[in-house]
Write a protein of this length. Sequence first.
Length: 233
Amino acid sequence: MLSPDLKNALPTTDELPCSDDTPVDNEDQNFLPNILLFLLNSIWANRMDWYFGVDMGLYHTTGVNPRVPVVPDAFLSVGVERKKGGKSRKSYAVWEENGIVPIFTMVSHTPGGEYDEKLDIYKKLGVLYYVIYNPEFWRRDQHQPFEVYKLIDGNYQLQIGEPYLMPEVGLGIGRHQAVIGGIQQEFLCWYDEQGKRYLTDAEQAQQERQRAEQLAEYLRSLGVDPNNLPDNS
């Protein structure tokens, strides 16, 4: 924890820039983390003690200058307000969050120090889980397309298994192939502690339609018109 004097000397998030005016490198860097966010909004709808940031400045005091953020594609903090003071965050400053650092960060797609410089930044910050999703350049970088690192005894250690369960979070993370917006593509998704994948809203709706169609077909096989059922009210 920071001393009160040091904390008071640090800028507030209202004073810090919330954008570096750098365009997103590609559409997946925004699209993929937002799928995780939308899923989490459903999974943890009744919880108010978490925050998931997408392409947002993460300010901390473990670097050279607290005014220079690190900007992961996504991060998850647990034990903080979903809406800080009832308002949306412009950025995330650790010293304004009772010293709570994200428990999970994700970087992806664009080569730029993910395996060394950025990894070292998050290690110093104390982020427990560091995920690299690199489906485009993994062969060139001599890594796997999806890697989960866990901070153990002050160093990141590559973990095995997919989906990978993060017991401290109560969620697993892994890849899945599905049709989204009419296009077959791979995306990251959450899993429960038994390894069952959480479905998107669109998948849940499709599943419900399939159940309704199966029920209607069963009723027809019994000689019952599903469109003309008796009203028992």
